[in-house]
Design a protein around this ligand. Structure first.
Ligand SMILES: *Cc1c(COP(=O)(O)O)cnc(C)c1O
Length: 420
């Protein structure tokens, strides 16, 4: 459920007409709903609480906007970060250092040091050498790094190839059958408290089966590690729960997920950690856009909107689906393609789709754009960086300004030798 609904024939974000935001801020613009974020956060927390002691860390890469993060910090969420930049954002948004988990296959030595200096709660290690370096850095500072080993359970998440992370051929995690040996070697190191294991098998999962298979394998690994005398107190089960992008999608609910976790992890006696991203943020945002032109096409008309693949990359990158809806629908429909202005054939949001009838100057939204939307935006084709607005009830505020092409250009220069 989200809070982008029609009222008197016009689309609102909570109690704010989207047309008012378009008028005040211009388009394209991302609009997020606080009430939706809060609802998703509470539903998820309650769902996983069925499994006992839990820690929930929002995967910041899904939506790193400081306003959005503050909403989640207020809901008691920690953060899963994958770079020093995300770590700084989590702290700036008010998330406690102890509630921050540092994931990622390519943390730099400087980023490991930053995590230690900030006193973050946990590092999820991706390879043995990283554990050795982290231990050295911690010992040199006279501190102990809390860490888990991220294992790759070799499970096919059944999702799009580009968002699959838990198969043997993916770059993420350690092969699960080498995990015990590596754990044995890292656990005694001074400066390191290797306290558990972590996994994350992919994103936008449509079934609980691969997750259950992976968690079952992790449970066996925990038993093996304990059998060798290791104290296992934490297991990080990652993120990945899918969301409905279109009416016929029927992903497992957070509640069904929580019930499965409770069943599979019964008796583990650990603190369970979660890193949800998409399930919290995706349906809490829309990308609001204006129709520039309706161009007659050879087969269907082309609705050219002012948002493009640089603002929302998911369709071009992952063949993703985003519902397209008019802000003031007339009730009539047409079959059309929806595309942005960027000079790439992949800059197409919808092909031969039945959509609301729209004409130049109308407003429309691409729905479910709150996760992996603005965070992946670029300035390709020298377009401005897309702004973001947060709505709460009848209030709204710009939480990321539009960064103009001139501002980006100001960071560039012509070499001296070319200026003569
Ligand atoms: C991307 C990512 C997540 C979040 O994935 P969602 O599908 O958005 O829930 C969690 N953990 C790690 C390590 C990730 O890379």
């Amino acid at each position: 459920m989200d809070h982008f609904q029609l009222k008197n024939g016009e689309l609102y974000a909570e109690d704010v007409p989207l047309a008012r935001i378009a008028e005040a801020v211009g388009t394209p613009v991302y609009v997020y709903s606080t009430a939706t974020l809060q609802r998703h956060a509470r539903v998820f927390k309650a769902a996983v609480a069925q499994a006992g002691r839990t820690h929930v860390a929002f995967a910041i890469k899904a939506n790193p906007n400081l306003g959005v993060l503050r909403v989640l910090a207020n809901e008691g969420f920690g953060a899963d970060v994958v770079s020093g930049g995300e770590l700084k954002r989590a702290l700036a948004a008010g998330m406690a250092a102890k509630d921050i988990v540092f994931s990622g296959v390519g943390k730099t030595r400087a980023e490991l040091a930053m995590g230690l200096d900030e006193g973050i709660g946990q590092f999820n290690l991706e390879l043995e050498e990283e554990g050795v370096v982290l231990a050295q850095l911690a010992a040199a500072r006279g501190v102990t790094a809390q860490a888990t080993l991220r294992v790759n359970p070799n499970v096919d998440a059944g999702t799009h190839d580009k968002i699959s992370t838990g198969k043997a051929e993916n770059k993420f995690g350690l092969p699960i059958d080498e995990a015990v040996e590596i754990f044995d070697r890292l656990a005694p190191l001074e400066g390191l408290n290797l306290r558990g294991v972590a996994l994350h098998i992919g994103s936008q999962l449509q079934s609980l089966d691969p997750l259950e298979a992976a968690f079952t394998r992790i449970g066996k690994l925990v038993e093996q590690l304990r059998g060798r005398g290791h104290a296992i107190t934490h297991v990080d089960l990652g993120g990945g729960l899918g969301v409905p992008y279109r009416a016929e999608d029927n992903p497992p609910s957070p509640d069904e997920f929580g019930a499965m976790v409770a069943r599979v992890t019964k008796g583990w006696d650990v603190e369970l950690m979660f890193e949800p991203g998409r399930v919290i943020a995706a349906n809490a945002g829309v990308l609001l856009t204006e129709i520039l032109w309706v161009k007659p096409g050879v087969i269907q008309p082309w609705v050219i909107v002012d948002a493009a693949m640089n603002d929302l990359a998911r369709v071009a990158m992952y063949d993703a689906w985003h519902d397209f809806a008019a802000v003031r629908p007339s009730g009539e429909t047409m079959t059309a393609n929806v595309a942005g202005p960027v000079c790439e054939s992949s800059d197409v949001f919808a092909k031969a789709r039945v959509i609301d009838v729209v004409k130049s100057g109308d407003l429309a939204v691409l729905r479910s754009a709150g996760a992996y939307g603005a965070t992946m935006a670029s300035t390709y084709n020298s377009r401005a960086l897309v702004p973001e607005v947060l709505v709460s009830g009848d209030r709204f505020e710009v939480v990321a300004g539009r960064i103009a092409a001139e501002t980006i250009m100001a960071a560039e220069g012509v070499p001296e030798w070319l200026k003569q």
